[in-house]
Design a binder for this molecule. Structure first.
Ligand code: RIB
Ligand code: CA
Length: 322
């Protein structure tokens, strides 16, 4: 059983990721915390509540976190991909929440869940890393209660929101650098270099739509997102970035990782938010200027892509009553 907390900015791909975790029989979803990102915090929080309601999981506490980055303002949101409401303009297909977010706030909820946990907990951040940076700074004594962080973010080459940066890291590079470089909690980073390779096509979307009630609702959230990614991919489909990370969080070892020293570009040049990975051979690095070994992270580089696409559907499809 994977004890899991998701930190999220729903977001269409976040919605699919949250549903997979909420419906997973091998996952104890302890809580969902929200952060600004694709859309402002009020919308990401409302979307998280509605997604869990739709999954029949109003037992999972939701808490709102950071409304802005640690230091510098977020230059833009990703609403071009996710629509103004964060769910392709179709948030109304989801039920109204039957409860509010808890008063604790995201960092308070994560801290109390970690305090109460009898075994270490996996935290999967699938939005900007602001809440995680604050949690680790404010509650360092709780770090041993974190099994690992499974983070969707970064691009080793290229980018999406800019030519050289991926949206989650770019939205708060200082927070990303704190979590991925300065802190010492075990991390798996799932970069867009891999999530793009796991993109799904319209056949997959039709299988999603006919997989049951949840799949049908999730499919209804995708039109704007599919339009965005059809332009980005050059063929009709979408990239379910966050769901790739959540499958790894739930089933460790799904993704093939490589341990790499990282740094995050926090200057204000054209590469702000870039993830710098030192992939040179060990022998070459030793007598040159190397990245700080403290920033070594397990970076997801590969997977059985066909199998992963099937697992994504299996995680959502209605299980026939036994
Ligand atoms: O770059 C992809 C990431 O940014 C995903 O988490 C997506 O939801 C957006 O937040
Ligand atoms: Ca996200």
């Amino acid at each position: 059983m994977t004890r899991l907390i998701i930190d999220t900015d729903p977001g269409v791909d976040d919605a699919i990721a949250i549903a997979i975790a909420a419906l997973s029989p091998s996952t104890d979803l302890l809580g969902v915390t929200t952060v600004f990102g694709n859309v402002p915090l009020a919308k990401t929080t409302r979307n998280a509540l509605r997604i869990l309601e739709m999954c029949g999981r109003d037992d999972v506490p939701v808490a709102a976190g950071a409304a802005m980055p640690l230091v510098h303002p977020q230059a833009r949101q990703d609403s071009t991909a996710h629509g103004d409401d964060g769910l392709s303009g179709h948030a109304d297909v989801l039920p109204e929440p039957s409860r509010d977010a808890v008063a604790d706030g995201a960092v308070g909820l994560m801290a109390s869940l970690l305090e109460q946990a009898e075994e270490p907990v996996t935290i999967s951040p699938i939005g900007p890393l602001t809440n995680i940076a604050v949690l680790l700074a404010a509650y360092p004594h709780l770090k041993p209660k974190i099994e690992r962080l499974v983070i969707m973010g970064g691009a080793l080459e290229g980018g999406n929101v800019t030519a050289r940066a991926e949206f989650n890291v770019w939205s708060d590079p200082e927070a990303a650098r704190r979590v991925l470089v300065t802190e010492d909690v075990p991390c798996v980073l799932v970069p867009m270099d891999l999530t793009y390779r796991c993109a799904v096509d319209t056949d997959w979307l039709e299988l999603l739509a006919t997989s049951g009630r949840v799949g049908e609702a999730l499919r209804a959230l995708t039109p704007e997102y599919v339009r965005h990614y059809t332009r980005a991919l050059g063929w009709p489909g979408m990239v379910v970035h966050d769901a790739v990370a959540i499958v790894e969080a739930i089933t460790p070892g799904t993704l093939v990782t490589e341990s790499l020293p990282l740094d995050i570009e926090c200057s204000f040049g054209p590469s702000r938010g870039a993830v710098i990975a030192d992939r040179r051979r060990r022998e070459q690095i030793d007598d040159t200027v190397a990245l700080d070994e403290a920033g070594r992270v397990d970076v997801a580089m590969d997977t059985d892509i066909a199998r992963l696409r099937a697992v994504l559907l299996e995680g959502i499809e209605e299980k026939m009553e036994a």
